[in-house]
Design a protein around this ligand. Structure first.
Ligand code: GLC
Length: 558
């Protein structure tokens, strides 16, 4: 890792490389902005907020699924990969959104969900209407049960709780085959050894690329290749992590890389080549395989979503992921929050990050949330993330410092996790509550109708209209940080500065330093011009400037 002496001006990146240092804003479309007052966010809502995103200073928008779906899993159950859910708009609305985003200089990334379809997908309906052994069933994973048919074909668990197998029943009530679903029963798994499946997804990649989409986020990328040779082997228990030799029957198998090599050929048909980022929950040393330039090009590093607010943990994660990114030729990715995890302002305000599930189950009462600490740490961690080389993924609402909504009434929860774990886990609705845009309208400016998940009264404090007028708000902090990042961010350089074990301090090019104090006690602030800080920096009369506890400061050091 080297430093250069270039002047810190806005450096235009070659278009094909735009993703390497991009800040990507994740939109969860049904909860972003509702333009037609039906309580569900929609594509025109996204278009209406493009100026907000441009002003925020992000480089790209990633949209979680907006495809036709019965919403058994928040849209990750796709009934038609090449259309827009009518409740969210039309393909023409989508084209308008892309045009508006591109007009504002923002790239557009869409989610592609290849591991499973919805049970409403035409293929699955056809499979149900067809006989065992038919070509229609061969697109999915249908098997006879064991012990005369009554026992599931294997012990494989669903990620949402319970068995990964559901048995079919004929209209006359006779039970028949079982089908595989690693997630909800409404999400039957595809069989990726089937060439028709492979070709169809390549057609989907081309469909959206032809419409001007700049890249893809690949859902459950590590799950597509499965060892379906009978007898089906037991999978590795989730809590022990996946093996590093590709030997699990369900996840991270070596054959999966052949699929992504084929995808790369399709993505490279375009100029600039379309980008892709893998969602692959695999052992750290295997993540970079998905990110090779001959495959998807980038893979999510989710380690910060699970880390405590701890300097040693942060530093290890940063070091190892930069090394891995360099090995694969990708740039690193950084994620503090997304639609699947407890928001980081809440994680950091609980005694331990792992308390999130218990906190949600208790309706937000136990363990107790320390909001001031959570937000202070979240702001510090966000600034640290934005100073790192690589791309940063910002989840809608984190720029407002939103906390998780923990008290959604049970009967309004939507996440299949809640039902499938028999109320053992609350699931992910608490980070998917529609955004507060202002304080005057009934749904905090999200729309005119009751939103599909209830918004808490305290959203009023974090509405965009409120934070915009407050120079110390989290929104103002993100805006300033992203504007500076635009000027400064380039290259993969990072040099550690070791002065205090409670402090994570690194230098980038041009004297740009990021210094995060993880302890609650003030620490020495290195000399330099303060460019931005996540909390107030005070200089005691006659003394040297201090770096307050749980604060990040960006400096220019000459
Ligand atoms: C991914 C998505 C998650 C979804 C699952 C099944 O992990 O991020 O939201 O439930 O895939 O598609």
């Amino acid at each position: 890792m080297t430093d250069t002496d270039a002047t810190p001006t806005e450096v235009p990146v070659a278009d094909a490389d735009w993703w390497r240092q991009a800040t990507v804003y994740q939109v969860y479309p049904r909860s972003f902005a509702d333009s037609d007052g039906d309580g569900l966010g929609d594509i025109a809502g996204v278009t209406s907020r493009v100026p907000y995103l441009a002003q925020l200073g992000v480089d790209a928008i990633w949209l979680s699924p907006f495809y036709p779906s019965e919403l058994a899993d928040g849209g990750y159950d796709v009934a038609d990969y090449r259309d827009v859910d009518p409740r969210l708009g039309t393909l023409a609305d989508f084209d308008d959104m892309v045009a508006a985003a591109h007009g504002a200089g923002l790239k557009v990334i869409v989610d592609i969900v290849p591991n499973h379809t919805s049970d409403q997908h035409v293929w699955f309906r056809e499979a149900l209407a067809s006989e065992p052994g038919s070509p229609a069933r061969a697109r999915y994973v249908f098997r006879d049960g064991l012990d005369g048919g009554a026992t599931p074909p294997s012990t494989w668990p669903s990620n949402f709780g319970g068995s990964a197998w559901t048995r079919l029943t004929r209209p006359d009530g006779t039970p028949e085959q079982w089908y595989l679903h690693l997630f909800a029963p409404e999400q039957p798994d595809l069989d990726w050894s089937n060439l028709e499946v492979r070709d169809d997804f390549k057609a989907t990649l081309r469909f959206w690329s032809d419409r001007g989409v700049d890249g893809f986020r690949v859902d459950v990328a590590h799950g597509l290749a499965k060892d379906l040779v009978e007898p089906l082997r037991d999978a590795n228990p989730k809590d022990f992590g996946l093996p590093t030799d590709g030997s699990d029957p369900l996840y991270d198998r070596d054959e999966v890389h052949e699929i992504f090599q084929e995808w790369r050929e399709v993505l490279d048909e375009y100029d600039p080549p379309r980008t892709a980022v893998a969602e692959a929950w695999v052992a750290r040393e295997r993540v970079s395989l998905y990110a090779r330039p001959t495959e998807l090009g980038q893979a999510f590093n989710f380690e910060l979503t699970r880390a405590e607010f701890d300097p040693a943990e942060f530093r290890t994660i940063i070091e190892s992921n930069l090394e891995l990114a360099a090995e694969s030729g990708a740039s690193s990715t950084w994620v503090l929050s997304n639609h699947d995890v407890v928001r980081h302002a809440t994680r950091y305000g609980l005694p331990a990050t792992t308390d999130g599930d218990a906190f949600l189950l208790s309706g937000g009462t136990s363990p107790e949330l320390d909001r001031a600490t959570g937000l202070r740490r979240a702001r510090a961690a966000s600034m640290l993330m934005l100073a790192l080389p690589g791309s940063a993924y910002v989840y809608q609402g984190e720029e407002l410092g939103l906390f998780e909504v923990a008290d959604i009434p049970d009967d309004q929860l939507q996440d299949p996790v809640w039902i499938r774990t028999e109320h053992g886990l609350k699931g992910r609705d608490g980070c998917r509550v529609p955004l507060p845009w202002d304080t005057s309208s009934p749904a905090f400016g999200f729309g005119t109708h009751e939103p599909h998940l209830p918004q808490p009264a305290w959203f009023a404090d974090s509405a965009v209209s409120v934070e915009e007028g407050d120079a110390d708000s989290t929104l103002s902090l993100y805006r300033r940080a992203l504007a500076l990042r635009h000027q400064l961010q380039r290259g993969e350089d990072l040099t550690w500065v070791d002065d205090d074990p409670a402090v994570v301090h690194f230098a980038r090019h041009d004297g740009w330093h990021s210094v995060t104090n993880f302890s609650t006690e003030a620490a020495a602030l290195p000399e330099g011009e303060v460019l931005l800080s996540s909390g107030p920096v005070e200089t005691p009369a006659g003394g040297a400037a201090q770096l307050p506890g749980e604060t990040t400061v960006w400096l220019r050091v000459r």
